[in-house]
Every structure is written in C-alpha cells, then in structure tokens.
Write a protein that binds this ligand. Structure first.
Ligand SMILES: [Zn+2]
Length: 259
C-alpha cells in the first residue's frame, strides 16, 4: 500500500504538472470525492486553474493551484498516473494489473499531459482544501522533540501511535513494523513508557530507515519484510517471530530483541 515513501515518489513524478493549466477535470466516481465535494463542484473549481506547486505531508499529496488546493489520498490501492505512465507499477497489496474501470479522477492539461488516480478498492479519495493541520509532523523530517511530544503520556501501543496520522504523518503498517524491529522496541508497549534513550533510538531509526528504503525502492524493501509470514524467524537473531494484531493491523515482532 502507498506509505510515505510511495507518496513521495508520486510527488516527485507529479512535479511535471507545475506550471501547467487544467483544461479538463474528470470525476466519474462521485463516491471518490470526499468531504461533501460533488462532481460539478470539483470540475468548476479546478477547470482553468494553473498548478503552482506539488507538495506532500505524510501520505497526503497536494496540488496547489491559483485557486483551491487539491488533496489526493491513496488509501490501500491508489495509484498515481502521470502523463499516462505509472511512477509505481507494483504496490505490495494492490493488484498487479490495471483496469480502465479503476480510473476515479483525472486532470487533462492545456497543451497535453495528464494526471490521474486509479484505485481498485476505492479506499483513497479526492478533496479540496484538505485539512493539513490535522496531520502530525511528517515522518521524513520529524525531529526528536516532535517524536517525544507525539508519544508523551500515551497508553496506546506504540505501534498504534506510529500509525496514527494525527500524531505522526506518513508511516503505514510495513514501515512501522520495520522501524520498531530495528529500534528493538516491542510494538505493544505503551508509547508513554519509552525512556529518553529509547525515544532517541526510535527517532534515529526513523530518520535512517526511511531514506534507506526509499533508495531501495519502497516500504516493502525493509530487512523484516522477508519474515512477514507465519512461522518465520527474526532475521537478526533467529528467534521465532510473534504475529499479533496491534492497532488493528497484523504486526510482526521479535520477542527476543524487541522489549
Ligand atoms: Zn530478534
């Protein structure tokens, strides 16, 4: 599924749209439009507008225009299509084929080119003026102080907090498990119980792992990834891994080195 690394790649690919003017807006799937937005409304709001910037905060991709801000959320299987090509063809949980019926939204630019979103499961969405302020600090640039503040006093499992986009924006299931496994922290521990040195270790791990996996090709390229199956052992110490549901998601962790 698209996590922060995949959406960052989408942002980079979408940069070509900066400076282009929107000639046509296609919104064939009204259900895909969120926060009360209607098809006629989105067409009227964006047609003729010029794209001035492409930004990302966590897993939210934003196109600034000389009118409204367009927000794109990719859910589990959303894919960005830029000028007819896909920046990422294979998504870990998505189907490995495409279907014209999955086209949920599209922009065509004056003088050629396009930007569209395909989504097989329709868990993503399009909105105008997305609520960026509701998102926590971006995981690619989070500071130690911001991380400490996001965890402070929390009784919820740390894994659930890392997935909570209001607390920290960008991490999904694979990255959260990878980060906690590398940092040696039990995903079920309450976030508020982390000692100062553990917060520091978790922070250093987040800041190191994300660029590393970005260079490798995405959130499915972590060192724990090969062990995300029943009966697998910890790639670090050979201990049989625990498989639990934490924060509503299937979670793999090592009972020996994650405390
Ligand atoms: Zn281990």
């Amino acid at each position: 599924m698209p996590e922060i690394l995949e959406v960052e790649r989408y942002r980079q690919a979408a940069e070509v749209a900066v400076g282009r003017s929107i000639a046509e807006v296609s919104a064939p799937d009204a259900w895909f439009l969120k926060r009360g937005l209607g098809p006629d409304e989105v067409v009227a709001a964006l047609t003729g507008r010029k794209v001035t910037a492409v930004r990302r905060h966590g897993k939210l991709l934003m196109l600034d225009t000389d009118g409204p801000v367009l927000g794109l959320r990719f859910g589990m299987t959303g894919r960005l299509v830029v000028d007819g090509g896909m920046p990422i063809v294979d998504l870990e949980y998505g189907p490995d084929r495409t279907d014209p019926a999955w086209r949920r939204f599209g922009l065509t630019f004056e003088g050629g080119g396009s930007l569209a979103m395909d989504d097989a499961r329709r868990l993503g969405g399009i909105e105008l003026w997305p609520d960026e302020a509701a998102l926590g600090p971006d995981a690619l640039s989070i500071t130690r102080r911001q991380l400490a503040s996001a965890l402070s006093g929390l009784r919820a499992p740390i894994k659930a907090t890392l997935l909570d986009q209001h607390r920290i924006a960008g991490l999904g299931n694979l990255l959260a498990d990878e980060v906690l496994w590398r940092a040696g922290i039990d995903p079920a521990r309450a976030g508020g119980t982390l000692a100062d040195d553990e917060v520091s270790r978790l922070h250093r791990t987040i800041r190191r792992v994300l660029p590393q996996l970005m260079a490798r090709g995405g959130s499915h390229t972590g060192d724990l990834q090969v062990a995300r199956e029943r009966g697998a052992v910890c790639p670090r110490d050979g201990t049989p891994l625990e498989r639990r549901t934490i924060g509503g998601r299937t979670t793999y962790s090592c009972p020996a080195h994650q405390r």
